[in-house]
Design a protein around this ligand. Structure first.
Ligand code: ZN
Length: 357
């Protein structure tokens, strides 16, 4: 057994190197099934999809130690995002998420290449634990996350040929939190009943997809990572916007309860919930386009207040000490002066009178 181990290790290394140098490997080793839980859950992905166990994996947590401000990061510029309502987007349940096809006339500018839109989809939690974002900030999950997937249309013909290339994809990620009703997200969410089951699809009127993004397109996290689903190709230039957008509690609940991973006639229906990958280890720097404020950089309001109170108390203590020292000095000076006085014995009034007499 011991003699066999080096051969196994060598074979594994060779296979891994082979896969790394042949990024065009598309087909999984055994079939194409995967899920978020169970026997085909994310811990098992790497067995069929070697890249899932490789480098540059997404999603990640954005914590202060790995963030680096970069003044050269330009605001995200979108082109053609306002699609005419005469056009249609196809909404599909692909068994892992709800996906909406997008027009390749939608582009992201301000990146090293032109990237054209292919599709968008969502990740979410469940009705009891509404923490389904993939990326986290300082360890904190958001309720859900929208991914708008683009391919490098300067270099590649389409999404499929770009997906496994190191400069192939660019994803805009939008964190979603509970808040106000969002009429723009409703343009997608209101069609969930038509795509409840796997492989169902419906067409919806196109709209201005920029409405799904936060207002601030100049504040984001930027890093090079991977697809967050098998085959996990390390081919994604990530832009995760700093500010989340809001949807209402009811809208989020619709996302968490309307869809199934299974087909309509499946005797064991499986709810489409918790379709987010856990954060991956990350030991490089994430560039940020904005300067951290004290609260974001880990200095909580409580900490800042503590520092202010402690400083004030310190100042009072120093003043009190100084005041006490001055008083002490004056008092000791007075004592010294007092020591120099020669006291004459008092003469009683009678004696005085007598002597005068
Ligand atoms: Zn995604």
């Amino acid at each position: 057994m011991a003699a066999k181990r080096p051969c196994t290790v060598t074979a594994t290394v060779v296979l891994t190197l082979f896969l790394w140098t042949h990024l065009s490997v598309q087909a999984p080793v055994n079939g194409s099934k995967w899920s978020y839980l169970g026997a085909e859950g994310e811990k098992m992905w790497a067995k069929k999809y070697p890249f899932c166990g490789g480098l540059f994996q997404s999603p990640i947590d954005f914590h202060d130690d790995i963030l680096q401000y970069d003044s050269t990061l330009l605001p995200i510029e979108l082109e053609g995002y306002n699609v005419s309502s005469f056009e249609q987007f196809i909404l599909t349940n692909n068994g892992h998420s709800v996906k909406m096809s997008l027009s390749p006339t939608m582009n992201v500018r301000s990146l090293p290449n032109r990237y054209s839109a292919a599709q968008l989809h969502l990740h979410w939690g469940n009705r009891n634990k509404q923490e389904g974002s993939e990326h986290t900030i300082g360890g904190r999950h958001f309720a859900a996350e929208l991914h708008i997937v683009h391919y490098n249309s300067d270099q590649y013909l389409d999404m499929n040929s770009a997906a496994d290339k190191s400069d192939g994809l660019a994803v805009l990620a939008i964190l979603i939190e509970i808040g106000q009703f969002n009429p723009s997200y409703e343009k997608i969410f209101s069609h969930f009943q038509n795509v409840k089951y796997k492989d169902q699809e419906t067409s919806i009127s196109a709209f201005n997809v920029q409405e799904l993004l936060p207002d601030r397109l100049d504040e984001y996290y930027r890093y090079e990572g991977s697809l967050t689903t098998p085959p996990c190709y390390p081919s994604v230039l990530w832009t995760v916007f700093r500010k989340p957008v809001q949807v209402s509690q009811e809208q989020l609940l619709a996302l968490e309860t309307a869809l199934y991973c299974t087909q309509q006639n499946d005797p064991a229906p499986l709810e489409m919930v918790n379709n987010f990958r856990r954060v991956q280890e990350f030991e490089r720097m994430v560039l940020v386009s904005f300067r951290q404020d004290p609260v974001r950089s880990g200095l909580s309001i409580g900490f800042v207040l503590s520092v202010v109170v402690a400083s004030s108390l310190g100042a009072v203590a120093v003043l009190a000490l100084a005041f006490w020292l001055i008083r002490r000095k004056k008092s000791s000076k007075r004592t010294k002066e007092d020591k120099g006085v020669i006291y004459k014995p008092a003469i009683s009034k009678e004696e005085e009178n007598t002597s005068k007499a």
